[in-house]
Design a protein around this ligand. Structure first.
Ligand SMILES: Nc1ncnc2c1ncn2[C@@H]1O[C@H](COP(=O)(O)OP(=O)(O)OP(=O)(O)O)[C@@H](O)[C@H]1O
Ligand SMILES: [Mg+2]
Length: 246
């Protein structure tokens, strides 16, 4: 069995949290003790003077984790900007040592760990230190979430090729539909991408109407119905669900 996954996106707002939460929920339902981490979260709203890391809270709930929020999300920033920039503006020192310490603690505590990055693979966390450096430090394979729209092929290949050039293992790509009305690009991406990618296109997640009303039980189904868990966590081959590609 692998010991975790690092979930990155082709961009910000492409569905990383949705996919990570769905996976956490599925692993939990399958009896796997899963830990979650969102090392750095920017764009946190301030409530009663405190920053509220919404991704981290959502992931914590999906995983049924009782870990301290400070461990799951050691660094939170208010501005919806690249972490390095938000931190500079807010006078916050991003402590890379602390991120590693929290990761090690969670990794030791759980059988499997899911880490959601910030934005895409080359987003700066601190000065010249990028999300990709954190992936390498954590030594986790990458799961890439791509928004299935015009530009997705380019963004996905840029991301996979960048990861490959850094010798980062890639588990595969998940195409996610963020728009209700699929256009020609979103319909053709699932057919075009497999011819160009050197890694598996794992599944296509459809647009989910009224996503904020999505029941917890349905969250796990988003992955369970489309990807065999063994592809993501390792272990013995399982029957292949319908990835929704053709
Ligand atoms: N398949 C889908 N159908 C409908 N809405 C979706 C779908 N996937 C994601 N969304 C919505 O799109 C928005 C962005 O998704 P999400 O927060 O998972 O992206 P992200 O990549 O984690 O963003 P960030 O870079 O801010 O962490 C959210 O409001 C989410 O509920
Ligand atoms: Mg997110």
């Amino acid at each position: 069995m692998k010991h975790g996954l690092f979930i990155t996106g082709t961009d910000t707002g492409v569905g990383k949290t949705l996919v990570t939460a769905a996976l956490a929920s599925l692993l939990r339902a399958e009896g796997i003790d899963v830990g979650v981490m969102k090392p750095v979260e920017s764009g946190c709203p301030r409530q009663k003077g405190k920053l509220v890391p919404q991704d981290a809270l959502f992931l914590r709930e999906a995983a049924g984790s009782e870990d301290d929020l400070e461990l799951i999300n050691p660094c939170r920033l208010e501005a919806p900007l690249a972490p390095s920039l938000a931190a500079e503006r807010e006078g916050v020192e991003i402590n890379l040592g602390k991120l590693i310490e929290c990761f090690q603690t969670l990794k030791e505590r759980h059988d499997f760990i899911l880490v959601e990055g910030a934005g895409g693979l080359l987003v700066p966390l601190k000065e010249r230190y990028l999300v990709s450096d954190l992936v390498q430090l954590f030594q986790l394979p990458l799961l890439i979430v791509a928004a299935s729209r015009l530009g997705a092929v380019n963004h996905t290949l840029l991301t996979t090729r960048c990861a490959q050039s850094l010798k980062i293992e890639i588990v595969g790509v998940i195409l996610n539909n963020l728009e209700e009305e699929g256009d020609t690009a979103s319909r053709s991406n699932p057919h075009l991408l497999p011819h160009l990618l050197e890694v598996p296109l794992l599944c296509v997640i459809p647009f989910i109407p009224r996503i904020h009303e999505l029941k917890k039980e349905k969250l796990a189904g988003l992955i369970k119905e489309r990807i065999s868990l063994s592809v993501l966590v390792g272990g013995p081959e399982q029957s292949n669900p319908d990835p929704g590609i053709s």
